[in-house]
Write a protein that binds this ligand. Structure first.
Ligand code: NAD
Length: 270
């Protein structure tokens, strides 16, 4: 079978460069091209050279439509406006789209869902295979254990992170609540400090640590009297998101139109 031709939007960005590297290293994947936003200094440079990968004989462009036409699958980890626009163009050209940009408002998400009526779109706020596996395991464990098991979500990130708990920590708490069939917002206990009173039975608690250059660590702890289960994921580098993105791109090629998640890519929703 011929390689899946992949295009990268935002190819000079941190994730864009990680995606180029991952495509280069993945069997069955080939690079179709890379583009940047109009006016970006990388435009006109060699796609590989600007990412420190050596010359690949492809120039960084700025035409989304042309990239879509040249690609089987396009990967977009850029900015909300760019990704919503890319989804609309992908619907026109029938190109599959892997959309990893975060911070897209409900209105933009609705436009992505509408575009997915006409082409394949894989949308996830976290493309790490390990984190998606952790979400699934958390849901399963929470479904089995009764509320005598206290659930605590603990995360650690680098000193520059501005929000807490992390979006992934909240997704883990929500997965635990789904497993237990309770309303997450009713049982979540965030930001404990001072005389907080005893822990409520059935609560899902959060703790956030900050320091150093930690890329992201998440643990879900299920603690009962005399026994404790801990599920942990540790991210070392953003390459893990690129790896998941390219895996999603290989999976998406040839699938029927629709909006999919990493859970679909990993086969958890069949
Ligand atoms: P970055 O700022 O390093 O890179 C973004 C790139 O997109 C830049 O080079 C920028 O010029 C380019 N860009 C912006 N608008 C564009 C347009 N209209 N056309 C073409 N290119 C355009 O940021 P980053 O750290 O690489 O993150 C990018 C996005 O991916 C963020 O939303 C981030 O939260 C998200 N992200 C998602 C995951 C995941 O697993 N889903 C993982 C990491 C990062």
């Amino acid at each position: 079978m011929s390689d899946v031709e992949m295009g990268v939007i935002g190819c000079a960005g941190r994730m864009g460069q990680a995606l180029l590297r991952e495509i280069q290293q993945t069997e069955g994947a080939a690079l179709a091209g890379g583009i940047e936003r109009a006016g970006h200094q990388a435009i006109g440079q060699d796609v590989g050279a600007q990412a420190g990968l050596g010359a690949l004989g492809l120039e960084v462009g700025d035409d989304v439509g042309a990239l879509m036409e040249a690609s089987d699958v396009v990967l977009d980890f850029t900015a909300p406006e760019a990704t919503v626009r890319a989804a609309a163009i992908a619907a026109e050209t029938g190109t599959a789209l892997i959309a990893g940009t975060t911070g897209i408002e409900a209105e933009g998400e609705a436009l992505i869902t509408a575009a997915a009526e006409r082409t394949v779109i894989v949308r996830a706020a976290n493309f790490s295979v390990g984190v998606n596996l952790l979400l699934q395991l958390t849901r399963q464990v929470a479904a089995v254990l009764d509320p005598d098991f206290d659930i605590e979500v603990v995360e650690m990130h680098h000193r520059h992170k501005v929000d807490a708990p992390s979006g992934t920590a909240l997704a883990l708490g929500i997965a635990a609540a789904e497993g237990r069939q309770v309303d997450h917002d009713e049982v979540a206990e965030r930001g404990r400090d001072g005389i907080t009173g005893a822990r409520a039975r059935g609560a899902i608690g959060y703790a956030a640590l900050r320091g150093g250059n930690v890329a992201g660590e998440h643990s879900v702890i299920f603690a009962a009297d005399n026994e404790r289960i801990e599920l942990t994921h540790k991210a070392g580098d953003r390459a893990i998101f690129a790896r998941g993105g390219v895996r999603a791109a290989l999976w998406a090629h040839g699938k029927p139109a629709g909006r999919y998640s990493m859970m679909d890519v990993l086969g958890f929703t069949e």
